[in-house]
Design a protein around this ligand. Sequence first.
Ligand SMILES: [Cu+2]
Length: 336
Amino acid sequence: MQQNHHEETIPGSMWTLAVGVLVTVISLWVGKNLSWTMPEQASLQAPLVDNLFDILITIGTALFLLTDGAIIYALIKFRHRPGDETDAAPIKGNLPLEIFWTAIPAIIVIFLGIYSTDVFREMGGLEPPGHHMGGSHSEMAQVMTAPDPDNESSKYGVGAAPDKQNVPADLQVKVTGLQFAWLFNYPEAGIMSGELHVPVGKEVKLELVATDVLHAFWVPQFRIKQDVMPGKPSQMRFVATKTGVFPIVCAELCGSYHGGMRSKIYVHTQEEYDAWLEENAIAAKNQDAVETVAVNTQDLSDEEFLAPYSSDLGIDRDTLSEIKSLASAITETAYQ
Ligand SMILES: [Cu+2]
């Protein structure tokens, strides 16, 4: 048998391949298995956002393992040995290596840019015309034509998904954000509520405006968030896929009680929703009537709940709305 002069070793390329496969497998596993850190998915939009998030986590894990792995490897491999008093080899640079590690992040960033734009497009983010037309030309057109309130509301925010464009939403709710509450107005049913009720599986369009300062309408389980601005109405469309109660959170620091600016969204079956709508539409109509309507007070808005008491004080509905409009006029002038 012939004796080898040097020790037999595994070639470096084999090690690189093995490390590459290991890092890829671990990263893919982490990316797929971190979904428990997210709230449950309760809208049609949620899986789109989460798929993007999984990819970000996968890439992040791979980068973490490679960079930290390289540091730990170098710490051990190139550690100071006893008796070694040299300055180590002078290494000046490596142009191909620098090109390599600049090109890879560039490709990753371009890929993520394209992919996240596509997610935004699928969610309807490119639909409101004001969003992507931009430019001085359309701005000019906006100024020169008389402001149409419907057009105005569709300028900002997230509109219909590409396959739902030109299809009106099944339900429209007007949302008002104010320090420090959300008000939900169902114009067709004449309902004003402190909580949002929607049917499951239906296209819901919110028209959002603030009376005072910037707020943000956020439903974590739906993966949707929209700025709510004074004087600049925005819109948001979504489809809830699960029945239940989910939190509505103000996600824009809006004042001293910002943390308390929370409400709830009730996602009902169509039958439940119809019942709620009917019950509350009756309550809204009978507000001025003397007869008592048997309704669950929890379903009433503050205004509805307080109506019998405020009438005892000689305050009727008109006075209340006058006070309200006066208050909003004051806040409007204060912030202009
Ligand atoms: Cu707020």
